[in-house]
Design a protein around this ligand. Structure first.
Ligand SMILES: *Cc1c(COP(=O)(O)O)cnc(C)c1O
Length: 509
């Protein structure tokens, strides 16, 4: 029998400590149903402070905006509202998100409106004095028209740029940034600035920016340096923008162990080639395929183990030399007296949440073990983003068999941190749909689960919790609960009842 191929989750406190509370987790699911989302609002503020630490290290001013779309809950935005305004604001991408940020106590000076916008969204942004990150020249015209027609205050705007190209001095760099549906190509910058000047009475340009949906640091370095050059051009034309907004995409490390990730991805290739038994449902290759004995394609997987993610990735980017100037990008911003804005989504909700699902049935089917859960692939959408990681088993009877998992090595783990034993299972969802698997990966658990046990999917707060959830078959949508630490015990309440004050009226710590 082949050794189990674990992909244990990276767990940090307070999430790791919460997952030790088997009785609490079971009583919550007993009362509120499966699936159930738990959020740790205090952690998002901590994450934002870690981003601020990087700003401080590089002596940079500017704002960190939480990209709201990563999680739709109340408690995370309200927890941010309670931080010092200099710590973080919110990036909103719809009328609903803007309303939500405002009603949560985030002032307009801490909000940035991004993405393509409806007229109502533009109007409310301009009406409240929320900065607008313009998606296109057409949006600029539309905003200027609204400002004039309804006598709104002059709107502060940023220009979203795209399709960056190497400039003079970048020598060997052949890199071109990818095409995007969003933003104005840099080659059309001059025309966009003509427009900004024509609408000067209605809009004030305060910066330029980008959001690239990639983890590639070279591509981002190119974009950032292009933006500095764009600001220089603005200044030469007599405009006075001050900031570069580098968007989101700082990433999260989901897997605890680089070796496990390495072993699993290598084994996937071997399985696709037929050199070892399948690791996935019906031999799914995650983008890899066997062409006459040769491995082709590329794995469509999120790099679950990241050497550098979140604030550390920002630090790397700011130390990275600009492809044309050779200057570290942080120094380049500083030397030109520009501020840095950013819009992390996934990275700000790292370790902020967990999705719980109850085991309903355990069945053998030919050689496989199928575990059916009271949840579906929309409720735990890690696979949707190509994130592969094991759930944590939370036994019904409270037996200490929940390990192995992230955090500190568990007792009984052999030398080298490699867990032994393990049961390989497939996780089936609650829809009558062949494709409804929580993950197509064969997941190894420390023992066979039993009906009534819980599986805890860690780190789902970014996109994997509510973004893809739906009401197909009238299966229940997950409720969301905010959990806070109070001394040595835990306090919880429904998400909508969470406010960042203690129930007795004092400020929550
Ligand atoms: C989605 C999005 C983000 C956040 O991206 P993450 O990868 O979650 O950090 C930031 N800015 C814009 C414009 C986005 O669309």
């Amino acid at each position: 029998m082949a050794l189990p191929l674990y992909l244990r989750p990276r767990l940090e406190p307070p999430l790791s400590t919460l997952l030790d509370e088997g009785a609490l987790l079971h009583s919550l699911v007993d009362a509120l149903g499966s699936p159930l989302n738990l959020l740790l609002p205090e952690r998002i503020a901590q994450n934002a402070r870690r981003f601020r630490d990087v700003y401080r290290r590089h002596h940079l001013a500017g704002q960190v905006h939480f990209a709201h779309k990563a999680n739709g809950s109340h408690c995370l935005v309200r927890a941010l509202a309670a931080t010092d305004p200099s710590v973080a604001g919110v990036d909103v991408a719809s009328l609903g998100e803007l309303r939500h940020a405002l009603e949560s106590g985030i002032g307009p000076d801490r909000i940035l409106a991004t993405g393509p916008k409806d007229p109502e969204f533009l109007w409310l942004a301009a009406r409240t004095g929320t900065r607008v990150h313009l998606d296109s020249p057409a949006e600029l015209e539309q905003l200027a028209a609204l400002v004039r027609r309804y006598a709104l205050p002059r709107a502060e705007v940023l220009l979203r740029l795209a399709e960056f190209a190497p400039t003079a001095g970048s020598g060997g760099v052949r890199l071109l940034s990818r095409r995007s549906r969003f933003g104005t190509p840099v080659r059309a910058l001059e025309a966009a600035l003509d427009l900004v000047e024509r609408h000067r009475d209605a809009v004030e340009l305060t910066g330029v920016g980008y959001h690239l949906d990639t983890t590639g640091i070279e591509e981002k370095a190119l974009a950032l340096e292009n933006c500095v050059q764009a600001l220089d051009l603005c200044r030469s034309r007599g405009l006075d923008p001050r900031s570069v907004d580098i968007g989101g995409g700082f990433g999260v490390g989901y897997a605890r162990d680089a070796g496990e990730w390495e072993r699993w991805t290598t084994a996937l290739g071997q399985a696709v080639l037929g050199n070892r038994p399948a690791l996935t449902w019906r031999g799914h290759g995650y983008g890899l395929r066997n062409e006459g004995g040769t491995l082709r394609g590329s794995p469509a997987l999120y790099p679950a183990h990241r050497a550098s993610a979140g604030p550390a990735y920002l630090d790397d980017l700011l130390r990275h030399p600009g492809p044309a100037t050779g200057r570290p990008l942080g120094s380049l911003l500083l030397e030109h007296l520009y501020d840095l804005d950013c819009e992390p989504g996934r990275a700000l909700v790292d370790q902020c949440g967990v999705s719980l699902a109850r085991v309903v049935e355990v069945r053998r089917d030919l050689g496989d073990v199928l575990v059916r859960l009271a949840a579906n692939a929309g409720d735990v959408a890690l696979e949707e983003h190509g994130v592969l990681v094991d759930p944590v088993l939370v036994p019904r009877d409270g037996s200490p068999e929940g390990g192995p998992r992230g955090g500190d090595p568990q007792e009984g783990e052999p030398q080298g941190g490699e867990p032994r034993g393990g049961a390989g299972v497939f996780l089936m969802g609650n829809l009558c749909l062949e494709a409804d698997l929580i993950t197509r990966r064969k997941v190894f658990l420390p023992r066979l689960p039993r009906p009534g046990d819980l599986l805890a999917f860690a780190n789902t707060a970014g996109y994997a919790m509510d973004f893809h959830a739906h009401r197909a078959q009238r299966q229940p949508l997950a409720r969301t609960v905010a959990v806070t630490r109070e001394g040595t015990s835990w306090r919880w309440c429904p998400d909508e009842r969470y406010w960042p004050i203690s129930p007795s009226g004092g400020t929550a710590s």
